[in-house]
Design a protein around this ligand. Structure first.
Ligand code: UD1
Ligand code: UDP
Length: 363
């Protein structure tokens, strides 16, 4: 059975790493298409090298640009790939423009779409991701949900056919690659290089359009909060936010922030698992904080990953200095909620591969 998989952004490489391995084990022939949405070496190549993801058979080279241009160019090029490859299934992940372009191209050509991370909702239609995920879910044949909440969200929209609660593939990848990272020779180099001590720093990331659209004023509010925290804040900066962050730092007064380039996934897992706290607007990192028992402050008005809010492990903060400081200093997570396993058992990738190869959903 031939599957065309469309990826393009950092979190998709991480998710694909575990699913691609499971598909290969299940005897699928996978043709990997990289849209080029993320293209810097530290946003793309590093993940293929570290995580053993097969080299993409197609590199479409569609990076940057407005939403319409980016999605449109991807759509045209993915259509050509599908015509050439004639796959049985097109597989997409998450909620980026690459996700929507892959799903739309396939759906228009009557190729069934499998959507991994289906059913997530923020109920904020201003987010490009919310538009991408709603549209993708409604044209997908397989809806692989990471959580029961996602299943319920789909039900509210009348989507019940093809829905499978697979668990979260990011839990699979954390469990697998944290062990790999710990075995790395010189694994503590990252801490020495950065001059930080495990357990004695906070880790932050910032890249949401909602955050950067507010411009320098929002970044200043966030940085002013980081400045008031007792431990150093390590901030591997996404290229979308780099210029704003550098401008804020150049203004001076933000000595508590350690601004660094994006790191590979293995280093990121080491940094996350040893952090005192995570502060982020990232979807993936909120969950990783939960998986690794690290308290999280989410710098957004809402979260799709509502399970992480249980027991105070994740709290939402407005993009205002005072609110961020107050939330960051007052989180006392409740250990008793950890008995629950809302994201599955760490074998989501195998469940997805099994469903695609032997499941009962008809073509
Ligand atoms: C995209 C996704 C977002 C996801 C994020 C993961 C959409 C609409 N957004 O956001 O859901 O959370 O990826 O990281 O699909 N850039 C570079 N080098 C790169 C990549 C990006 O310089 O390798 C810069 C460019 O200026 C680019 C900007 O970042 O225009 C934004 O990149 P883009 O892929 O459009 O959106 P992300 O913010 O990365
Ligand atoms: N990540 C990484 N290096 C970094 C920052 C993040 O490997 O410098 C990983 C992080 O651990 C998580 C994923 O990238 O697995 C999250 O991606 P991102 O925040 O870009 O997107 P989102 O999850 O919000 O869509």
């Amino acid at each position: 059975m031939k599957v065309v998989t469309v990826v393009g952004a950092r979190p998709q490489f991480i998710k694909a790493s575990v699913v691609s391995a499971a598909l290969a084990e299940a005897g699928c022939r996978e043709v990997l298409v990289h849209t080029g949405q993320h293209y810097d070496a530290n946003m793309s190549d590093v993940f293929f090298e570290e995580l053993g993801i097969p080299r993409p058979a197609y590199q479409l080279g569609v990076g940057s640009g407005t939403h319409g241009r980016q999605t449109g160019e991807m759509l045209i090029k993915i259509e050509d790939v599908i015509l050439e490859e004639k796959p049985r299934i097109v597989l997409v992940y998450g909620d980026t423009n690459s996700t929507l372009a892959g799903a739309l191209a396939a759906s228009k050509m009557h190729i069934p779409v499998a959507h991994v991370e289906a059913g997530l909702r923020s109920y904020n239609r201003r987010m490009p991701e919310e538009q991408n995920r709603v549209l993708t879910d409604h044209i997908s044949r397989w809806l692989f949900c990471p959580t029961q909440t996602a299943v319920e969200n789909l039900k509210k929209e009348g989507l019940t056919r093809g829905v499978c609660r697979s668990g979260d593939v990011m839990l699979d990848s954390v469990l697998h690659f944290l062990e790999v990272a710990k075995e790395l020779p010189g694994k503590s180099d990252i801490f020495d290089t950065l001059g930080i001590i495990p357990g004695e720093y906070r880790l932050a990331t910032l890249h949401r359009a909602e955050t950067t659209e507010c411009g320098l004023s929002a970044i200043r509010q966030i940085f002013a909060a980081f400045e008031q925290l007792p431990e150093k804040v390590v901030l591997p900066i996404h290229p979308r936010t780099r210029a704003l962050a550098q401008e804020a730092i150049a203004e001076g007064g933000f000595d508590n922030i350690l601004l660094i380039d994006p790191v590979g996934y293995l280093e990121m897992l080491l940094l996350t698992s040893s952090a005192k706290q995570v502060l982020t607007d990232s979807g993936g990192l909120q969950k990783e904080a939960w998986f690794l028992h690290v308290p999280c402050v989410t710098l957004r008005g809402e979260t799709e990953w509502v399970e992480t809010l249980r027991g105070g492990w994740n709290v939402l903060a407005k993009l205002e200095t005072e609110d961020i400081v107050q939330k960051a200093l007052s989180t006392v997570p409740d250990e008793s909620v950890r008995a629950e396993a809302p994201f599955g058992d760490g074998h989501a990738a195998q469940a997805i591969a099994r469903e695609l190869t032997q499941g009962e959903i008809s073509f």
